[in-house]
Each structure stands twice: as C-alpha cells, then as structure tokens.
Design a protein around this ligand. Structure first.
Ligand code: PLP
Ligand code: LYS
Length: 429
C-alpha cells in the first residue's frame, strides 16, 4: 500500500496536495511519503523477526535504493540498520545518525581507503566479496589495531531478478566468492590478524517476485552453514540480502498488503528452522519503491502523423529506469479525471537529446495539456539515487511528506554547483 491518493480532485501525498509542492518547490521533484516508508519497514521487520530462529533478525536497509537524508532519518528512528556500498554511503549513514554498529558494508570493489574509513568508524560488518579483499581488510584493520567482524558473500549460482542487468547471484555475475572456495577462505582467515569471520551473506538479484528463487539460494546457504560448522568454523550470522520485488503495475487503489512479505518470511522461517544463527536482511526497493513519486509538468505536446509526443520536464537523467531496464512506471495525472474520460495514446518523453529518453510509448492516458502535472509512480527506489546531470540538467529537489507537512530534504542543485567555475584549469585564469 502507499499513501498517494486523490482527494478533492487532486493527487495528494498523505495530506499534502502535489499541486502545492509543484508550485512551492518547482518541478521536476521527487516526493516521498513517511507513512509508506514506515509501513513497509515495520511490516518487513515484524515478519522476518517472527520467522527467524529465536527471533534473531537484523534489517539493514539498502541505501543505494534511496539515500535521501530524510528517508534515512525516518528509517533510523525505527531502529533500522543500513547496508552500504561505498565510503560515501557509510558517511551518509553516520551523518543520518545511524549508529556505526548497525552498518554493513557490501560491494565487489572496496578500496583500501574505504575499508580504513569503515573499520575506523567501527561498523558492524564487512561483507567480503573476494580473497583479495579478505587480505586487504585484514591488513588495513590490523594496521589500526583492530579485528573487523566480517562475513563472506557467497555467489550461490542462482540468479534472479526483474531484468538481466539486476541479476547478481549467477556464477556469471561478478558478485561474491564461489561456493567451493568458502571453506578454504574460512581456514585462511582464521590465521589473519585483522578479521573475524562471523558467517555468510548472499544476495541473488533485485525485483524478485518469485519466492522459489530465494528459497533455492537460501537452502544452499543453510547447507553451507551446516558444512562449515561441521568443519569447526564459526558461523553465527547469515545475511540473506535484499531483492524482494514490488508491484509496478498497480491499480489506482492498490494494496499489495503483507502477502508477498509474509510468504517470503514464512519461507525464510521454514528454510532456516533450528539453525543457530542471527539472520540479516538488506531490503531496498521493498521499503522505498512505492513510497516515492517523480512529479513532473507537461512542457509541450507534439502531435505527429503517427505519434503523440508528450514532452515533460523530467528526463532520463532524473529517472533512468525506463531507459536502462525498459522499466514500467504508472503515470497518474495530478488532476483527477473521470474514470470514463477519453484516452489518448502518448509517447511520454523528456527533454534530453537522446531517443532513449522515453518513459513510455503508446501509453493510454487522459488528454493532457501544457502545464498539466503528472506523477511517475513507484519512483522511490533507484530514482533520485541513480540520477545524473547529463545535458547539464540540475539534480532535482527531493521532498519528504509527513501528514499535512512536507520538508525539502534535498534542495534542487544550484547552477553554481553544477558549473563549478572555480574548477576551471588555472591556465585559463
Ligand atoms: C548486496 C545488496 N544488498 C541489497 C540490495 C538491495 O536490493 P533491493 O533493492 O532489490 O532490495 C542490493 C541491490 O540489488 C545489493 O546488491
Ligand atoms: N537499479 C536497479 C536495481 C539494482 C539493484 C542494485 N543491486 C533498478 O532500478 O531496478
């Protein structure tokens, strides 16, 4: 469920009219709902805690989905941990007030500097993805007089996900160490001064709506936990990653309710039953996807013999998912239209000089005119966080709504910052 709905003829985010936000902040603008973020986080956390052996489960929200400071603070207030993949994300989590001992650091290419920063900050866990990283982490931590707790991210050779570009668990993908190697790496790590291996991690992909794919990978992990324990290794943690998908093709009053989350949690409970480990989870999209929209204004209509182009002020630099993954986002007009309104098939495009800057083709929408506002729905995950300044377009503002109020949690970028005049080469001074 989300908290974007029509009220008095106009689309609202909780109690705030999107027209008001457009007028006061400008467009394009990302709008997030506190209530939706809180609802999804609590649903997920409750379900996995109930399912986990002895109730031991930790949720580390994957910041890459949406790193807005207001979003992070909202989750931090609920006690969430954070899954990070760069020094910038570790820094941002700390800046949002997330305690270091609730931060996990994942990623295939952590640099020495990034590891040093994370170890010094005292983070909870590093998810090691290669033997080379194991050595580097141990060296860095030992030089700081520390022993960093860590897990091995295992590539289970079971990939899944909404698109080939977001599958991570196949052996063809770059992520993790291979199954066969874990035992040897565990044994090696035992002799390294700077690491303490606490267990395993797995993450098979993103936008996964089939529980079976998770189950197959998790069952392999549980078997591996047993085998490693049999060899006398310490396996106290099992991080099951993120990847649970959400509906993008929502009916206007949709409620996907707790069903998929519950089915997932029940499966986790079944597969890990009796296992003496603490579980970890790294959901991203599930928490924030339906909690955000991208609000945009129609700039021009360009009717051509074969196509009706609707040019909006948002572009692929603001929301790259349709261009990158052929992703589908619903488009809702902010002014409510009667259910029986006539429809026009529009190609909705942005201003960028690429044909790929197309959000959708032939989409049936009520007739729209210059200046009308529309919302790209389900844009809370991998929307603003993947945006760029291509075509020298400013990064857009982000707004967090809570009840009847809203806050600009990231202002629109300034042209001064974009242009960076002070960075011109000295020889042009
Ligand atoms: C290691 C890791 N954890 C968590 C996530 C979050 O994934 P999702 O947003 O699909 O839950 C990702 C991205 O797929 C990831 O790579
Ligand atoms: N960026 C992707 C998800 C990738 C998940 C990151 N591991 C998307 O928008 O669907």
């Amino acid at each position: 469920m989300h908290h974007f709905a029509y009220r008095d003829g106009s689309l609202h985010a909780e109690g705030v009219d999107l027209k008001r936000i457009a007028a006061e902040v400008g467009t394009p603008v990302y709008v997030y709902s506190t209530a939706t973020i809180e609802r999804h986080y609590k649903l997920f956390e409750t379900a996995v805690k109930q399912a986990a052996p002895a109730g031991k489960a930790h949720v580390f929200y994957a910041m890459k989905a949406n790193g807005n400071l207001g979003v992070l603070k909202t989750l931090g207030a609920l006690g969430a941990g954070i899954d990070t993949v760069s020094e910038g994300e570790v820094r941002k989590a700390l800046a949002a007030g997330i305690p270091a001992d609730k931060i996990v650091f994942s990623g295939v290419g952590k640099s020495e500097q990034e590891l040093r920063f994370a170890v010094e900050a005292g983070i909870y866990q590093v998810n090691i993805e290669s033997e080379s990283e194991l050595d580097l982490l141990s060296r860095v931590a030992a030089s700081l007089g520390r022993r960093q707790e860590a897990v091995f991210r295992v590539n289970p050779d079971i990939g899944a996900g909404g698109h080939a570009k977001i599958t991570t668990g196949s052996s063809e993908n770059k992520f993790g160490v291979s199954f066969e190697e874990v035992g040897r790496l565990y044994a090696r790590a035992a002799n390294l001064p700077g690491v303490r291996i606490m267990g395993l991690a797995v993450h098979i992909g993103s936008q996964i709506r089939e529980i079976d794919a998770f189950e197959a990978a998790y069952a392999k992990m549980v078997a591996l936990v047993g085998a490693l324990k049999g060899e006398g290794h310490r396996v106290e943690r099992l991080d099951l990653g993120g990847g649970l998908g959400i509906p993008y093709d929502i009916p206007k009053a949709f409620d996907y309710g707790p069903s998929l989350i519950e089915a997932y949690a029940q499966m986790v409970g079944r597969v890990t039953k009796g296992l003496d480990v603490e579980l970890g989870f790294e959901p991203g999209r599930l928490i924030v996807g339906n909690a955000g929209i991208l609000l945009t204004r129609v700039l021009h209509l360009n009717p051509r013999p074969t196509r009706q182009f609707l040019v909006v002020d948002a572009a692929m630099n603001d929301l790259v998912r349709p261009a990158m993954y052929e992703a589908y986002h619903e488009i809702w007009p902010v002014d409510e239209r009667p259910a029986d309104a006539p429809e026009v098939a529009y190609d909705v495009v942005g201003p960028i000089c690429e044909s790929g800057d197309t959000f959708t083709t032939g989409r049936a929408l009520p007739p729209l005119g210059q200046g009308d506002l529309v919302a790209f729905m389900t844009a809370g995950a991998y929307g603003a966080s993947m945006s760029s300044t291509y075509n020298q377009r400013l990064l857009v503002a982000e707004v967090l709504v809570k009840g009847d109020q809203y806050a600009v949690t990231r202002p629109r970028q300034s042209y001064e910052e974009l242009i960076g005049l002070d960075r011109a080469p000295v020889w042009f001074a």
